[in-house]
Write a protein that binds this ligand. Sequence first.
Ligand code: SAM
Length: 285
Amino acid sequence: MTAAHRSPEESTNDGEFPFTTADFRAIADLLYAASGIHLADAKATLVYSRIAKRVRKLRLESFRAYCDLLRSDPDHPEHAAMLSALTTNVTRFFREPHHFEHMTSDLLPPLIAKARAGGRVRLWSAGCSAGHEPYSMAMTLLDAFPEAARHDIRILATDIDPLVVEHARRGLYNDGDVEPIAAPLRSKFMNRAGSGWQVAPALTELLSFGSLNLMEDWPMRGKFDAIFCRNVAIYFDEPTQTRLFTRFAERLTPDGRLYIGHSERSLIPQLTSAGLTIYRLKGAA
Ligand SMILES: C[S@@+](CC[C@H](N)C(=O)[O-])C[C@H]1O[C@@H](n2cnc3c(N)ncnc32)[C@H](O)[C@@H]1O
């Protein structure tokens, strides 16, 4: 039986805390309003396992009490904790490698020429999770253009979850994390730090990190030559995806590119395909 077919007061599981369909809906509604993330009924078990930890930590006796706490105080710090608990932050270095190959072969040559001529180049990793994506972008850029830091080139990396942004900013990874990085890039851009790895200062110099909810206003000025927003929109419903891609289209330079995840599609008329899960503005180069 799905959550939608149960009575709102019926418990959806036999766990440590009572968890009703109404509790699931309340949490799903709060998450949707805060982040645009849509939770299908099938995610009830996931919500239970991730939020039960929060209920326990706050020493509450039920999910009902947890929902009441959140609804009674929109500024309660638990809103951020709930968001961190429910976002999926899975990522890895050079995920979907064809995007980085495309960066090297198609995106970067005209951008390097633009930067050398004194132009401004801006790349954005929107939904950067723990930093693997923006550091992969920075490694690809520096590999093609070692003197990038002497030009007006920056990579912005943002995520709604401040915990992953902090991880990204620290730039510390373990052996398993760095495995997908090709050996020549790893030896150039990753330094041994205890039992792990620290990203080289050459990468951090190019990057700015920040918390940003894609559903809210974007404070950045200027347009982007490339936006990577991969495996983020998949968690949104279709109207939310359409709104987001429309806003990205408004933020692309005329020659800019939007890179999205392997199971995502843009259907907005302003964008047209420029490769596998890569888009450009219609009518532009
Ligand atoms: C699965 S990870 C993808 C990370 C990376 N882009 C990649 O492809 O490996 C999705 C990320 O999107 C972030 N996210 C979800 N909703 C968001 C929103 N409304 N605004 C900004 N980031 C969001 C999550 O916190 C999470 O870190």
